[in-house]
Design a protein around this ligand. Structure first.
Ligand SMILES: *Cc1c(COP(=O)(O)O)cnc(C)c1O
Length: 374
């Protein structure tokens, strides 16, 4: 295979469609500051995500930072989260001068192990920040029960869960707030972008202030805010991509199903897939390369690379093991998270990935199976 295959490829409308759609900006010269496309995208996303309230943001990370800030937790409060995630989750907590307390995850799907949460709660605990990792849904009922019992806030990192619904409700309707990422590498993108979903309209006001310097009028600044607004070029990209997102997810599903079909019987390979009441967005295809397989995860990663296939070790290392966080926070048992991080690999998946490439990738994986006799 001479062409490189990366783990993902950004979804885009046609060039002509985008050029046509941005034309009006040359008439109005209104490029940012809550323009008409910003408003339109907020409305359309509320509808698509099945949520009552939504605030668009410049990216998922700032959405996380601002959301945590919006709740005004006392400095030094503890936030219970997981380390089996993108570094952004942990950064957002620490950059708010709060302390991450890492909880282990479940072997079945990589989400927070809810049975381990209560023992981590102290009088300093202010919130839970679980991650719907790979679009796998956390145990939202049990998390809600614990949060109610101890009077904690729940903020979900839903960066991977665009379009996922659980028990007939948009995933963004669980918890006090959920944060989505619309980064170019995500299942739905606005080039860079993100959003926060919630029920309480006061959060909208609060986030509006935080994302726009606290400006409420030409001469009025009501509080200390940052700048985390989405611009109109990104909003237009978002509107066009939203129209094709169902198509993109359907195409991903075909490739996903093909992987499952080809890999389900490979000894030592497990697909990190959740079975349950949630709908799937086919954002990622994570596998675990276990001891029963012919070579190690890193070995397989290298073999794929030699063949021009650039899988990614999402999420290795654990965020708690990164130099900036290591040994800084409470020591807790992260046995399962560590095992997943050591075995996990995300295979290429995007809407126009050649079926032939999926087969080729599976062939490479199958050919390294233990006791393979051909
Ligand atoms: C991508 C991602 C983010 C950050 O989103 P950006 O839009 O890239 O800033 C946060 N959390 C998780 C789990 C992510 O994968």
């Amino acid at each position: 295979m001479d062409e490189k295959i990366l783990v993902t490829k950004s979804s885009m409308p046609s060039y002509e469609e985008y050029i046509e759609a941005i034309k009006p900006l040359w008439d109005t010269h209104w490029l940012t500051n809550m323009g008409v496309y910003h408003s339109e995208l907020e409305e359309k996303l509320k509808n698509y995500l099945d949520v009552p309230e939504l605030s668009l943001m410049v990216n998922g990370h700032m959405a996380l930072e601002m959301t945590i800030q919006a709740f005004g937790f006392p400095e030094g409060s503890e936030i219970i989260t997981t380390p089996f995630t993108f570094i952004s989750t942990t950064h957002a907590i620490v950059r708010n001068r709060l302390k991450p307390v890492f909880c282990d995850v479940k072997d079945a799907d990589g989400t927070i192990d809810e049975t381990g949460i209560e023992e981590l709660i102290t009088e300093k605990t202010a919130a839970l920040l679980p991650v719907h990792v790979y679009g796998n849904v956390c145990n939202v009922e049990e998390i809600e029960r614990i949060a109610d019992k101890y009077n904690l806030r729940v903020i979900y990192d839903a960066a991977h869960a665009f379009g996922v619904s659980y028990k007939g409700k948009g995933i963004g309707r669980y918890g006090d707030a959920s944060v989505f990422s619309f980064h170019a590498t995500k299942v739905y993108n606005t080039i860079e972008g993100g959003a926060v979903t919630f029920e309480d309209h006061r959060i909208y006001e609060k986030l509006y202030n935080l994302k726009n310097f606290g400006i409420r009028g030409e001469e009025i600044v009501s509080e200390v805010g940052a700048n985390a607004k989405m611009n109109e070029f990104c909003a237009i990209m978002g509107l066009l991509n939203l129209k094709r997102t169902d198509y993109a997810i359907r195409e991903r599903k075909k490739r996903y199903d093909c992987y499952v079909q080809c890999l389900k019987d490979v000894e030592g390979i497990r697909i990190l897939r959740q079975e349950g009441a949630a709908t799937d967005n086919y954002a990622y295809f994570p596998i675990l390369v276990g001891e029963g397989y012919g070579i190690s995860r890193d070995g397989l990663y290298d073999v794929l690379k030699e063949n021009g296939i650039f899988a990614r070790k999402y999420f290795y290392p654990l965020t708690s093991d990164q130099a900036c966080f290591k040994n800084k926070y409470k020591k807790v048992n992260l046995k399962t998270a560590r095992k997943l991080a050591d075995e996990v690999m995300v295979l290429p998946l995007y809407e126009d990935l050649e079926m032939e490439s999926v087969h080729k990738i599976c062939e490479i994986i199958r050919s390294n199976e233990k006791n393979k006799d051909y």
